[in-house]
Design a binder for this molecule. Structure first.
Ligand code: CA
Ligand code: CA
Length: 403
């Protein structure tokens, strides 16, 4: 797929986690840094995101992209009108009308534009202003929303969409008490019950265009609960479904999480405090949320997590000597789990031979010094005793001589 940096006005690094997921599902990601002179037909889809600070579309480019979609091309247009109104380049701020919003100049060709408003839902707002959409009232049945029960905006504030053609499919919309305010002058634009759309699918010619995205696919953890925005609710699924629908591919969220025990080795003999070291791996590099271990069906104890590596210190003196099973369990940000187990042989109570060996380790040097000293002493004694008869003999001889 093609990430259009030229018109988006950014390098998509704020979506790096989502792009990693796409790469993990086999997508080759390329960048566009030039105007469209020809149709980008060699790509499954083109993602144009934001367009607040990028190059505006030339008229010729809009024709090229329309022909691209009519011939079977796929476009994802994501952005919010209110950002264009508020944070535009100051040198051309007077031209920052919602009609001039680059995404709208392109989107108008396909019958959908973004309004310059804030989407508000007092009843479904949780920590840090994230708004949640729930199926079926706020999320309609469609391949893009398949399996998506809840999606949240997390740190983002949405604009509603203005849909001009009834043939378009509204995927996500406000519920009965959602409404919106105009971004700059704060007067109400959509009222409770209007069910303003925020995500729309368009079939145009042989191609498709997707507008908006209520799920925040961007990096960060707006409510600081340890779960990145991407992995809150079904946000990731909605994002992958969108790519799936556009590309015509089926992206399966396969459970590709695995965990291996790095230490101790299976069936090794352990004693005292034992370091447990496990490593999780996800095919798409998905972050690991937690890791825990248990011994012989005991309670799960959390392991200290550093990236995808979990560490814990286990006091093996709390169990009887012999074989014990250690289970290790991990969960990733999507809720996928993996587990492994191994057997260790605990030996804290020592046998007689262990005690002797231990005794020798502790006292062996002193004992060998003592033995050496004794051998030396006795040896000297033996030499003395061996020599003594000779001298005594001399004395005797002397005695005999004196007689
Ligand atoms: Ca509501
Ligand atoms: Ca979070």
């Amino acid at each position: 797929m093609l990430l259009d940096e030229y018109h988006s006005g950014h390098d998509f690094s704020t979506f790096s986690g989502f792009l990693n997921e796409l790469a993990g599902h086999g997508y080759r990601l390329e960048r566009n840094r030039a105007p469209y002179r020809t149709e980008p037909t060699s790509y499954s889809l083109v993602w144009i995101e934001g367009t607040y600070w990028g190059h505006p579309f030339e008229l010729d480019e809009i024709y090229v992209l329309r022909r691209y979609v009519e011939g079977g091309g796929m476009l994802w247009l994501s952005g919010n009108g209110w950002i264009w109104i508020f944070y535009g380049r100051t040198d051309i701020i007077k031209e920052h009308t919602i009609e001039n919003f680059p995404l709208n100049r392109l989107g108008r060709v396909f019958g959908v534009v973004s309004n310059a408003d804030y989407y508000i839902d007092d009843s479904n707002t949780r920590a840090k202003g994230a708004v949640c959409f729930f199926a079926p009232e706020g999320i309609n049945d469609h391949p893009v929303t398949k399996g998506v029960r809840t999606a949240s905006t997390e740190g983002g504030v949405l604009s509603t969409l203005n849909v001009s053609a009834s043939v378009h499919t509204i995927l996500v919309q406000g519920d009965k008490d959602a409404y919106s305010y105009e971004a700059h002058w704060l007067y109400q634009t959509s009222r409770k019950g209007d069910k303003a759309p925020v995500m729309v699918a368009v079939e145009h010619g042989a191609g498709r265009v997707l507008f908006g995205n209520p799920a925040n696919l961007a990096e960060g953890d707006s409510d600081a609960d340890g779960i990145p925005n991407l992995y809150e609710y079904d946000n990731l699924k909605l994002g992958l479904n969108a790519i799936d629908w556009l590309s015509g591919r089926r992206i399966e969220l396969t459970d590709s999480l695995a965990i291996v025990m790095a230490f101790p080795p299976n069936r090794s003999v352990v004693q005292g405090f034992v370091v447990l070291n496990a490593m999780a791996s996800s095919s798409s590099g998905r972050p690991i949320l937690s890791m825990a271990y248990r011994v012989d069906d005991g309670g799960w104890e959390p392991m200290t997590l550093g990236g995808n590596i979990g560490i814990a210190w286990w006091d093996s003196t709390r169990v009887q000597d012999g074989e014990h099973r250690i289970d290790v369990h991990t969960t990733d940000m999507r809720g996928t789990t993996a587990a492994t187990s191994l057997i260790v042989v605990v030996r804290n109570q020592r046998t007689v031979w262990d005690k002797i060996a231990q005794w020798f380790r502790e006292y062996g040097l002193i004992v060998s010094i003592i033995i050496s000293a004794m051998v030396l002493f006795l040896g000297t004694g033996l030499v003395w005793r061996f020599k003594k008869p000779t001298s005594r003999g001399v004395v005797v001889n002397r005695g005999r001589l004196s007689h």
